[in-house]
Design a protein around this ligand. Sequence first.
Ligand code: HPA
Ligand code: ZN
Length: 331
Amino acid sequence: MPVPKAELHLHIEGTLEPELAFALAARNGVDLPYADTGALREAYRFQDLQSFLNLYYELMAVLRTERDFEDLADAYLARAAAQGVRHAEIFFDPQAHTARGVAMGTVVEGLWRALERWGSPRSSEAESGGEETHGVSTRLIMCFLRDESAESALATLDAAKPHLHRITGVGLDSAEVGHPPAKFREVYEAAAALGLRRVAHAGEEGPPEYVTEALDVLGVERVDHGLRCVEDPALVARLVRDRIPLTLCPLSNVRLRAVDTLADHPLPEMLDAGLLCTVNSDDPAYFGGYAGDTFDAVRDTLGLGPERLRELARNSFLAAFLDDDEERRSR
Ligand code: HPA
Ligand code: ZN
């Protein structure tokens, strides 16, 4: 039995497996510039974050209807559930869809159909092929693309207003360097005023100062990645003191070359330093593993013992936004 865990750093568009991409392309009459799934997988050799993002945005062309988003989330939740995920906080990138003429409502309502279905336990033979599968509770976190303008982020928040009863928080993702958190001060203030939780990617490729700025200027409660905090001992001390969770993604860090190999990942030292670390899969279709695969990889390669693995699982629930139901209902 895989250890029960929460997944807190997961881009739903990054769960698009080649097989589903081709199936959706056929359904929607979209031409993909790859001969087959094998040729597409061959393209999964990334030099850095940008080289990954180029493919990630290109493949989104196959996502067009509510049913596409529902199928995408359904496939992710089936895999996550099988690997012990009991709670998932799911990022989505509305601007990557609205820019292609796909409406905010299509994205949110499509995802929601799958999320709603997985929110209760499922154990019927017909549905699970005889295997016991548990439900997965979920939250949606809407991310702003930081390489787009602050005005575009504000317009995106505005477009989300009819759907806020489905959205728990806001995040910040895409190309980090050159797009510091402070660029999004205004939209984060507006999100806070709407009762939304706040997270942001920081310190993935960007410097430790971006982590500090995400905390001070955007008021984030949790830092996505935060890996480069290790370069600044005063920042590490602050993160430890304030129990700020980091949603680390070790397999992503290897594929996007933030670390040379998984054996070089500083996760063990970060745990030793007292940081509230979680491990997550980020974009599992692209980076070679879902939540359970990620736990197995850090256990096997970084030599984390049962105590540390239990700590990571415990941290994932501690850092989750599991206390917001009352607040969401009142919005
Ligand atoms: N970093 C930044 N933006 C992203 C990522 C990531 O790992 N995945 C999807 N968008
Ligand atoms: Zn990410």
